[in-house]
Write a protein that binds this ligand. Structure first.
Ligand code: UGA
Length: 337
């Protein structure tokens, strides 16, 4: 199988390519702006990489889609601070750039595996989010955070329509707070410059205060990257068409913790297990900050985000295996080594 991965140097792309090279005989063609997370594969004959910007290389992209069996357009901005600070960039990249790729998949009749997001459910109040039943709930237009959710949602709807009316073969997968090694750069000190886990690890490493936005009672189901990748490999393999034209939440519903608990757990884990950072970790203070102050007026949050994984269990035999304590340990080993 020939798999095209756009955005291969990202968090998901780098783990996916590593797993594909180790566990399958598939051939990978890939593009990214950077290559620091995939250096190990550059000499592999099954890994064909071009460094570049997907918006500037239309001829390469078209040829790559044409000669692949499955296409994964993973290029996207995925940090909430950027949704608020630079919503046009989010639209141009997450929506427009990916739309071109999806249209090429329609043109050449290629299967597309697209990263939707847990964010499409927005502020849905269901106790667990269901791919077929839950409403997708976002805030007013001046709450610019929702440009990411709605850009992704419109692509989901387009892919669905291309599938129904033009015969496009697709799978949409929705990661729920996937985390692990290589998530973001913990040395990026900008508030909101990375996702919460890497933000907090960076805060502790630099001896800074940890900021709990609106008190940190909001909860997330943190899902270890290895579990997400297991599901993704089954989706790409698509044995007996098990993933054909389906939408899957991929998350760990039992590992549902508050952001405050996440901060406390990290401090405890570092204090107990990483002597070089223990003293520093013990001194870290948790402070509560209003969301408006931290992210700006355009921010709005999600208080509870739990996936139903019924579909993934039934069609992919998906079963998340890594609990938060184990996953955080593995992640800390990576960043603190
Ligand atoms: C994330 C991002 O949108 C995407 O990475 C992705 O599509 C999706 O969720 C997902 O992975 O499922 P969110 O969980 O809100 O959204 O993003 P984080 O930046 O990781 O923030 C989580 C929570 O921590 C938010 O409530 C935020 O306000 C809070 N936070 C963040 C803090 O309390 N302090 C901080 O320093 C940073």
């Amino acid at each position: 199988m020939r798999v095209l991965i756009l955005g291969v140097n990202g968090f998901i792309g780098s783990h996916l390519s590593e797993a594909m090279l180790a566990k399958t005989d598939w051939h990978i063609k890939a593009m990214d702006l950077a290559q620091d997370k995939i250096e190990a594969h550059l000499d592999n004959p099954r890994f064909e990489f071009k460094r570049g910007d997907i918006t500037q290389e239309p001829a390469w992209i078209e040829e790559a889609v044409k000669t692949s069996d499955v296409v994964l357009p993973l290029v996207a901005v995925a940090t909430p601070a950027t949704y608020v600070q630079n919503p046009l960039r989010v639209f141009e990249l997450d929506f427009e750039a990916n739309l071109n790729v999806i249209r090429l998949c329609v043109k050449y009749n290629k299967r597309v595996v697209f990263p939707s997001t847990s964010e499409v459910y927005g502020m849905c109040e269901d106790s667990e989010f269901d791919e077929e039943k839950s409403h997708l709930v976002t805030g007013p237009i001046h709450k610019e955070r929702w440009i990411y959710s709605t850009s992704k949602q419109l692509i989901d709807r387009l892919i669905y329509a291309y599938g129904k009316h033009k015969g496009l073969s697709y799978t949409l997968f929705r990661p729920f707070n996937w985390y692990g090694p290589r998530l973001d750069d913990v040395f990026n000190p900008k508030p909101g410059g990375s996702r919460v886990l890497t933000q907090f690890i960076g805060n502790i490493l630099r001896g800074e205060e940890i900021t709990l936005v609106d008190g940190g009672a909001q909860q997330r189901c943190f899902t270890y990257i290895g579990d997400g990748i297991d599901a993704l490999l089954k989706i790409i393999e698509n044995k007996n068409n098990c993933a054909k034209n389906k939408i899957f939440n991929i998350g760990n519903p039992t590992e549902n913790i508050s952001i405050r608990q996440l901060a406390e757990t990290l401090i405890q884990l570092i204090t107990e297990n990483y002597p070089d950072y223990a003293e520093q970790a013990k001194k870290v203070k948790l402070i509560e900050v209003d969301a408006k102050e931290y992210y700006g007026e355009g921010y709005q949050d999600v208080s509870l985000r739990v996936p139903s994984i019924r579909q993934a269990k039934e069609h992919l035999a998906f079963e998340p295996k890594v609990d938060v304590m184990t996953g955080l340990h593995k992640t800390l080993d990576f960043y603190l080594a």
